[in-house]
Design a protein around this ligand. Structure first.
Ligand SMILES: O=C(O)[C@H](O)[C@@H](O)[C@H](O)[C@H](O)COP(=O)(O)O
Length: 251
């Protein structure tokens, strides 16, 4: 398991540029090595920060047709609801790059619109299982869970990542790849989320944290080893945290 690396950027703009460069480099590496790149998105501010990829030199150099896009967590609502992480990513980023639609793996739209979180989680896991059979996603020989190439994560002020919240049982789930929550402390309450062993089986995990609201949780994790959900983040190759100055202000 990779130990945690941390880089503090002077501003969100520089952090955003660094995320774009990191993502583009890994895209080039994995497209060359495997002919495809599996990238897992979260919700929140991340999509804004990814927008540098819509500009030169990335826009025309990335092999978008080889991308396969997933969500580490998703809110269980209609896909055109402003709460939807899929909608957020589609509107702000994915609709602007030529990734084939079939390579964008959203949660089941019908069950999501019905608010059936449990079934959405089951179906998302089935989707991942099918992609394992099709050799799009490998199983990690070390952990025996699916191994994505890169996950781009964010952390909430309470230290949550994905939809793994402090004091909620989802953080301990190991017998599933995808689980659900119906009482999320961050609205909306119904969500699905990849489980911790899947998150930590990823080759590269990039946690991006900005703003002073997150500074306390950053300090609890980095200085006091408090076991908040995000403190459990690891990766097979690299576990890197990108912070802006505000998020790092209590370190
Ligand atoms: O669906 C969600 O709510 C997200 O996936 C969530 O896990 C998010 O990544 C963090 O809460 C950080 O959000 P911000 O980047 O907006 O602070």
């Amino acid at each position: 398991m990779a130990s945690r690396k941390m880089i503090v950027f002077p501003s969100k703009n520089e952090l955003s540029e660094a995320i774009a460069e990191y993502t583009a480099n890994l895209s080039a590496k994995f497209c060359k090595e495997k002919g495809l790149f599996t990238v897992v998105l979260s919700g929140g501010d991340l999509i804004d920060w990814l927008c540098k990829l819509l500009q030169p030199p990335y826009l025309n150099s990335i092999e978008w047709s080889k991308w396969h896009v997933f969500w580490v967590d998703e809110r269980v609502c209609s896909c055109d609801d402003p709460n939807s992480n899929y909608k957020l990513a589609m509107d702000g980023f994915l609709s602007k790059v030529p990734i084939p639609n079939k390579n964008i793996y959203a949660i089941d739209k019908h069950y999501a619109a019905d608010g059936n979180a449990e079934h959405c989680a089951v179906l998302y896991q089935e989707c991942l299982e099918n992609l394992v059979k099709e050799s799009i996603i490998p199983i990690s020989p070390k952990t025996h869970y699916p191994q994505f190439d890169l996950q781009l994560l964010g952390m909430g002020p309470d230290g949550h990542m994905a939809s793994l919240f402090p004091g909620h049982p989802q953080i301990n789930v190991t017998d599933k790849w995808v689980t659900h929550i119906t009482d999320s402390p961050k609205p909306p309450p119904k969500r699905i989320t990849m489980t911790l062993p899947v998150i930590n089986s990823s080759s590269y995990n990039l946690m991006a944290v900005c703003d002073k609201e997150q500074a306390h949780a950053v300090a609890e994790i980095m200085k006091h080893n408090k076991p908040l959900p995000s403190a459990h983040l690891s990766a097979q190759v690299e576990n890197v945290w990108y912070l802006d100055q505000a998020a790092a202000s209590m370190l």
